[in-house]
Design a protein around this ligand. Structure first.
Ligand code: BGC
Length: 423
């Protein structure tokens, strides 16, 4: 005990001295380029600069991070990784197995990350029991965002079921509002689909399909019903949806041109950046049928192994800064997500965030907290990508049947089932 304590003190002292002596640069790869996202990332840059370190921005445009991940792979293969990259979920393990990630145990021990983080999050940040990544937030994916005026014009209440949702959508169409703002990119289609599956099938079915990859769930009546509900939503999107970015779709809801959007709560960051307030200007409600469930998406930064001592110090400072309660508070106030570390008070957060925070805890207790498949929390990129393409193909090609789609979903899951690996 005494020995461990002395060790910790020595590590603290060493780290503090080193941090003052070496002001370094961290190059950070991320895809936070929309209005609300940029505001959040500025906060991190500011806190790092206040410690004398410099932030070298490596922003790769593209919601959901597909392009960012391709660029990252090219950089690492070329032997020139950034200091930190926005990597999440099972991909952290994949990078860890390549032996290119830095060990963050020193900072993690000093700041007691194990005690601060929910187990479900901490486990994802570790490879072989050691921290290699640091979490920034928790996003809830299964939200529906509604323009309040548009809803009032329909004379209907906030929809909680699929029937109510389609009634609102129909009414919006009649009064000349695009019912559903959609960005026609495969990750956005998959984001909507995961909420539909959660709403139609419930959390247990979702887990069997997307976490355990059970063929009997991927091909089932419930999956077929989910696909049909998903396709019905498409009728309520506009013809200009293909290729549209998610934040452009959110802007349609903000302006009242469109009534609703299925999207994770990074969309709230856009409403806030546009000066809009929950309950007054917009409504956040669980996607139909999902009020007792929560699909989570944790943003995190994995750190790459570096040689330059000053850069290593700056990298450790970045990791430590991210876990500080003041960062977790200010970052998440803008980002739309909730803090992931313990010890952050929620009283400065709005209604949607408070609801998310309460649901995160409650759904963990009743076992309806599930990892987001569309946001790379449930499966490695290969499987997620194949499933996402199947779902997007179904959305975009009216002739593709539910049966064909389910066959593709089962096939997408095969590589992992064949290896017998449990996510
Ligand atoms: C990330 C969010 C981001 C969103 C849109 C998600 O996958 O987790 O942080 O705001 O993509 O780019």
């Amino acid at each position: 005990m005494g020995y461990r304590w002395r060790g910790m003190l020595a590590a603290t002292a060493l780290w503090a001295v080193a941090a003052c002596a070496w002001a370094g640069q961290v190059e950070v790869l991320h895809w936070w380029t929309s209005g609300g996202e940029s505001k959040s990332v500025e906060e991190l840059k500011r806190l790092l600069a206040s410690q004398g370190h410099t932030w070298r921005d490596f922003a790769v445009v593209g919601g959901g991070g597909d392009s960012a991940m391709s660029v990252l792979r090219a950089r690492v293969l070329a032997g020139n990784p950034p200091a930190a990259a926005q990597i999440k979920g099972p991909a952290i393990q994949e990078w860890g197995r390549l032996n290119v990630l830095a060990d963050l145990e020193e900072v993690a021990t000093l700041q007691k990350w194990d005690a601060q983080l929910p187990r479900v999050v901490a486990d994802v940040m570790k490879v072989n029991g050691r921290y290699v990544a640091v979490p920034v937030n928790v996003h809830r994916v299964n939200w529906l965002w509604i323009n309040r005026d548009a809803l009032l014009k329909t004379g209907l209440r906030v929809p909680n079921t699929w029937d109510e949702f389609f009634a609102v959508a129909e009414k919006m169409r009649q009064i000349g509002i695009v019912p559903v703002a959609h960005g026609g990119q495969s990750w956005q289609e998959f984001t909507t689909f995961e909420s539909v599956v959660l709403g139609v099938g419930g959390a247990e079915f979702y887990r069997r399909a997307f976490v355990d990859l059970e063929p009997g769930a991927l091909r089932s009546d419930t999956m077929s019903r989910s696909l049909q509900t998903f396709r019905r939503i498409k009728d309520y999107t506009d013809a200009r949806a293909p290729g549209r970015d998610w934040n452009v779709a959110t802007a349609m809801v903000i302006r009242g041109e469109a009534g609703m959007q299925f999207m994770g709560d990074w969309a709230k960051g856009e409403f806030l950046a546009a000066g809009k307030q929950p309950a007054k200007d917009f409504v956040c409600v669980s996607a139909p049928g999902t009020s007792r469930a929560y699909s989570f998406n944790v943003d995190s930064f994995a750190m790459f192994r570096l040689k330059d001592p000053a850069a290593i110090q700056a990298q450790k400072a970045l990791a430590a800064t991210i876990m500080r309660p003041e960062f977790q508070e200010s970052f998440n106030l803008n980002k739309g997500s909730i803090p992931v570390g313990a010890g952050v008070r929620m009283d400065r957060f709005d209604l949607c965030a408070q609801e998310s925070s309460a649901y995160f805890a409650a759904t963990a207790m009743i076992n309806t907290l599930v990892p987001s498949i569309a946001h790379l929390m449930a499966q490695p990129a290969g499987i997620e990508g194949a499933m996402r393409e199947a779902v997007a193909a179904y959305w975009n090609n009216e002739r593709m049947t539910t049966d064909e789609t389910m066959t593709r979903l089962v096939a997408a899951a095969k590589p992992r089932l064949a290896k017998g690996i449990k996510p």
